[in-house]
Design a protein. Sequence first.
Lengths: 291, 222
Amino acid sequence: MNINTFDELKAYCEKENKKIFEAAQEIEAQKNEMTVEELRKIVKRNLDAMKDAIRSGLNSSEKSFSGMSGGDCQKLQAKFNNKPSLLGVIFEKITTYALATSEENARMGKIVACPTAGSCGIVPSVLVAVSEETGAMEDEQINALITAGEIGRIISNKVQLAGAVAGCQAECGVASAMAAGALAQLRGEGTENILYAVALAMKNLLGLTCDPVCGLVEVPCIKRNPFLAVHAVTAYELASAGIQSKIPLDEIIDTLEQTGQLMSPALKESSQAGLAKTKTGLKLEEEFYAK
Amino acid sequence: MRQSSLLDIISPIMVGPSSSHTAGAVRLGLLARNVYDNPVEKITFRLYNSYAQTGKGHGTDKGLLAGVLGLGVDDVRIRDIFHSELAKNIDYKFEYYNDFNRHPNAVDFIFDGKNKMQISGDSIGAGEIAIRKINEFSVKFTGKYNTLLLVYQDVKGMISRVSTIIQAEDVNIASLHCDRSGKGETASMCICIDGDLKQSAIDKIKTIEHLDMVRYVRKLEN
């Protein structure tokens, strides 16, 4: 059994009367010659590692090797303690958890690439923050993470999830789309709304370039994680209201691929243009190489 | 051979900051270690292009060494590998090059000491890797399959002799890649398989005439 597009996924789920995670875990377990229980155990292990990374990141203010990052998560936590967010506790948790994970990554801490290391804060922050605040059980969290994985898998059939190939739209962009779908699953939405949440998130991030300063996964990658985690929540809220994407999801993924091809190589993880080559970006680069 | 799996999307658990520059480096090191299959005494790492330029900030050098020393991508000792007990007993150095003929993230492992071997590989994105060359032979394997590597004298019938033994084990060949330095000279064979080969089958392959080297390289776990 091979599912290559979101249309095929939707048709299969309707025909078999299954949720996305049910279909995905059965097909995946079969491909890997394991049982569904064994597969879910691996997903649980990764979920636990995501929670560990959040915990470590929240408690550290250590700088990265380059010295460009580290300490912002502490600042944000202090701010919220002093003056709560306008948008409430879930917003506070999502933004601090995403920063915690991304800063932990930059300082060579242990994280889970999801789908990549540079975008590792987006799916976990949304999933864990919302689960904590709504009391979602571990099984439901695993269902949501499998949904995220299936969304990423289908996208990666068409587009390699690497900044060097298709820009940041294929890393943090896809992570935000995966988080939107995972959140919709977590909140009990059906297949159609889950896929609309993915479509709305993805469509809004087309064209995002990858122009990291000094070629390191720090500027602008780290702060992009909390931004795009919140972005995923917006997509979920719209989709759960029944707001649909005018352009079907598979066509949005085709556009992701086409946009990645049309994007100049200078803006695809080569640090030859964009933020990396601003006056300040060049100065930071000079300082880094002198280190 | 690429199979996208939902588990690949939500993994690996790894030490940051980059799947290609850190986790990929560890995995290349691990695979090179398995191919070398001797105690490492002395090694030179040649880093190319992006690996050379941004490797330091990404811990690429640490990752390569950690892999060669047998650490996995999620081992927190990678961060301080240069000061660890493990690294004390080997003589290692790093060299940095720009070469547009090579992949953006390419590395050569030059094993020195009693047993010499040169292994080249690329980190091709999202932690995926490929070993491209062993000594003068081109090969292609990714650590996703158990792989049988052979170096032998280029004589007729070698492929059929080896594949007969594999077939007798009821094991399927996923891919087969051969190369040679010249007609009748030294040749190499790289066989990726589904499943696993028993030691008895590998021992049987080792008895084939005209073989110079046999390595069974297990797939990487993470």
